[in-house]
Design a protein around this ligand. Structure first.
Ligand code: NAD
Length: 378
């Protein structure tokens, strides 16, 4: 793999490197780790790469890797840069024959996302989007229970994503991650809604198996001087008529990363939260509450296949991330034999999910600006 982003002091690029290598199926062989050639070189040393494979920029990396013998060059590139720098490296990789893993939100704008979908189709390469939370085994268990009809037809979905790290004007103090996330020229039309609201929406749709059909949203900017929303709340209507509530906020002072979902059907409900990621609460209308646990023999095969350790040996964020990679690698292997595979047969978020996430941000922003109660989300 090649890594674009993940330079000194960055957040998620380094997580990608660990997750992608966790099962020993891939190895970091090159990167363009920073917009500064000097810092990219420094990062390459930190990743123990030969100096020649720590490139001064992603365009140079793609050209140079393409010129290497097939058994030496990278097979795919991971894009972990700020949102305005997803589309161009993704396009260049795909057009030069490389598969892509890109972090969410997939692009800067909905227009870019539509174009990227067309490029993926033309290039016949694979693209994965790392909606991390759908990688957790107990989230997959929840999805399997709902799909099997265990809780009956879904009626209510509550999904929440409170963080507190932007409760102060961190960007005004020059904090790097806050700086680009609150800048409309680098983050996109959404602040918190793009950064974490997209995760919440994807989780709700993944667990319920239902698409959001309509949104009535409110976007707030709580911290003075901030240029994008840092707090979002909305009512949802799902395609089957179920109703829901989604909130995503980065100003819930004291919260870490407390994403949580509850889905209720006619006969019961499931509840999962990242703070207790190895448990899934199952409530049935006529039975005591059950707590299902990762690694246990009674789980659905999809939950079992996405766990690495026995019960009581906790798994977490890195493993959830690695599960997305594992599904992507299976698709890559199959794609080598048959470039006509259907990516919908694989359990990783693909370019359609990435496009859907960008359409979500667009719809929420339009809904928040509109006086109408419901804004359709197609
Ligand atoms: P960050 O600011 O910590 O890191 C960005 C990295 O990109 C830095 O190393 C920076 O030097 C590098 N970079 C900037 N311009 C570059 C260029 N032209 N060429 C090469 N590298 C360049 O940001 P982050 O918090 O790691 O976020 C990066 C992306 O990952 C964002 O799109 C964000 O939404 C996403 N993200 C996803 C998750 C998740 O759970 N899936 C979590 C955090 C961030």
């Amino acid at each position: 793999m090649g890594l674009i982003g993940g330079g000194p002091g960055s957040f998620i690029g380094r997580i990608h490197r660990i997750a992608a290598e966790l099962d020993g199926e891939a190895r970091l062989v090159c990167g363009a780790f920073s917009s500064s050639p000097e810092r990219s070189r420094e990062a390459g040393e930190g990743y123990h790469l030969p100096a020649a494979r720590a490139y001064p920029g992603y365009a140079a990396m793609i050209e140079a890797e393409k010129a290497l013998p097939a058994d030496e060059r990278m097979d795919f590139a991971v894009i972990a840069t700020p949102n305005h720098l997803h589309f161009d490296p993704a396009r260049r990789c795909l057009e030069n024959g490389f598969h892509v893993v890109v972090d969410k939100p997939m692009c800067f704008s909905l227009d870019e996302a539509r174009e990227l979908k067309a490029i993926v189709a033309r290039s016949r390469r694979l693209l994965a989007v790392t909606y991390t939370y759908s990688g957790y085994p107990m989230v997959k268990q929840a999805r399997a229970l709902v799909a099997a009809g265990r809780i009956g037809a879904v009626r209510k979905i509550y999904v929440e994503y409170p963080q507190g790290w932007l409760a102060t004007g961190l960007e005004q103090a020059g904090q790097k991650q806050a700086d680009w996330r609150t800048d409309p020229a680098r983050s996109g039309a959404g602040g918190a809604i793009g950064d974490i609201g997209t995760h919440a929406a994807q989780l709700a749709e993944y667990v319920s198996g239902l698409r959001i059909a309509q949104i009535d949203a409110s976007l707030n900017t709580v911290v003075a001087g901030r240029r994008l929303d840092d707090d979002a709340a909305m009512l949802l209507r799902f395609e089957n008529g179920a109703s829901g509530v989604l909130f995503a906020t980065q100003v819930a002072a004291g919260e870490e990363n407390n994403i949580r979902i509850r889905v209720y059907g006619e006969r019961g409900g499931v509840e999962w939260q990242q703070a207790d990621a190895n448990s899934l609460v199952l409530r049935m209308i006529d039975a005591p509450v059950q707590v299902l646990r990762t690694g246990s023999g009674y789980l659905d095969p999809i939950a079992a296949a996405n766990a690495r350790t026995p019960p009581g040996h906790p798994e977490g964020y890195l493993e959830a991330f690695a599960n997305i990679y594992a599904a992507f690698y299976q698709a890559l292997r199959d794609h080598e034999r048959d470039p006509g595979i259907d990516v919908r047969d694989y359990d990783f978020p693909n370019v359609d999910d990435g496009l859907h996430g960008m359409a979500f941000v667009d719809t929420v922003v339009r809904s928040a600006q509109s006086d109408r109660k419901w804004t359709p989300f197609a």
